[in-house]
Design a protein around this ligand. Structure first.
Ligand code: AMP
Ligand code: MG
Length: 357
């Protein structure tokens, strides 16, 4: 399949043509990758089971891992969800368009092919002009997981999508880079107390300020070991992972952390591995490895979240076999950043306050 590439935001007439072409593709059951404020999505018609099947095939994604449906209009909730608790509307009012996905009971018209066989459906209104225009103009409810090959870091640039999806889908729309860079917060509204199934930019505290107490699914809670299967099926799969082996180092004393990271990198280099260190602007000068890349400044959570997946992909492109990453505070968006980093590292973390070697 030949994949069409187009860039929006250059001139209005061209944008119109791009949206027309993309709408036509979505309406005939094809696939279009598009930008959102979180990561790039791989879109297909959510009400068309065959289109959903194509999404799974293009990503190599297990078919029990449900898709998020993207909408541009709050009225779509009534079409897609059969039980809408009042707090869904409060959340929509506060956080939509934005990086929050809500899970509710689905209606009959949503095929099980889209929901991974579940009777619930995940819905979100993205805060990105290109995404909203595409959804509005096509008149399609757009099922869209992240537009990466299953298991790879999510794409935050059109170029990432090209690397993974060229030749596998009909069209890629380049609409620039998302400013958030990590996937939406997912909240399940089907229980008495709402549960966060995936942490993201919208934090537990932000949600609680609007709707009162919110739980975090045990399987995604940081720092707690749980054998309970995650309620968001996608969270059980290896995710966000660079090709190289990865470990996180954290601790109270920044000098100890720097020293430990340098020592690990030196040791692996001696063993013949190509090494990389995921640093921050503040610490970058103190490291030594084959590649030292700063993910952003510690002064801004968004600078870190928005570059995280790109840096993991850069290590892949450079053929890095062993990556050591600094850890981050688990406060606010840091919680979601550490969730992604821990997944990328397969849970491997060293705390210099505890380890004595
Ligand atoms: P992605 O689209 O790649 O960001 O992945 C979508 C995530 O949403 C996966 O982790 C899914 O498991 C989760 N998800 C989507 N629909 C549901 C649902 N109905 N119930 C629970 N989790 C869901
Ligand atoms: Mg994904």
């Amino acid at each position: 399949m030949k994949t069409i590439f187009e860039k929006t935001g250059l001139d209005e007439e061209k944008d119109n043509r791009i949206y027309e072409m993309a709408s036509e593709i979505l309406n005939r059951g094809g696939l279009v990758a598009f930008p959102t404020e979180t990561v790039y999505g791989l879109g297909g018609n959510a009400l068309d089971g065959e289109a959903a099947a194509k999404i799974y095939a293009a990503k190599g994604r297990p078919s029990d891992n449900p898709l998020i449906i993207h909408i541009a209009d709050i009225d779509a909730l009534k079409v897609l969800c059969s039980e809408i608790p009042p707090l869904a509307y409060s959340l929509a009012e506060h956080f939509w368009p934005g990086p929050l996905t809500m899970i509710m009971k689905k209606t009959e018209i949503v095929p099980h092919a889209t929901t991974g066989g579940l009777d619930t459906v995940a819905v979100r209104m993205p805060n990105n002009r290109t995404a909203l225009e595409l959804i509005r103009r096509s008149g399609v409810y757009v099922a869209a997981p992240s537009a990466n090959l299953s298991g790879r870091p999510s794409p935050t640039k059109a170029e990432h999508v090209r690397q993974d999806m060229d030749g596998r889908i009909d069209m890629i729309i380049d609409g620039g880079n998302g400013d958030i860079g990590i996937e939406s917060t997912i909240i399940d509204l089907t229980d008495k107390v709402p549960v966060i199934l995936r942490p993201g930019y919208i934090t537990k505290e932000m949600l609680e300020a609007v709707i009162g107490p919110v739980d975090i699914d045990k399987a995604v809670a940081l720092g707690k070991q749980s054998d309970a299967p995650p309620k968001a099926p996608g969270m059980k799969y290896r995710h966000y992972a660079p090709r190289g082996e990865m470990v996180i180092v954290e601790g109270k004393d920044p000098d100890c952390v720097t020293e430990k990271i340098n020592r690990l990198a030196a040791q692996k280099k001696k063993e013949g591995m190509k090494t990389g260190i995921l640093a921050t602007d503040e610490t970058e000068p103190f490291y030594k490895a084959d590649y030292v890349i700063s993910v952003g400044t510690r002064g801004s959570e968004l600078s870190i979240s928005s570059h995280l997946f790109d840096v993991l992909r850069q290590f892949d492109d450079l053929g890095v076999q062993y990556i050591v990453s600094e850890g981050f505070s688990r406060e606010n968006v840091g919680y979601a950043i550490m969730n992604r980093l821990l997944k990328a590292a397969g849970g491997k973390i060293i705390n210099t306050d505890e380890s004595e070697e």
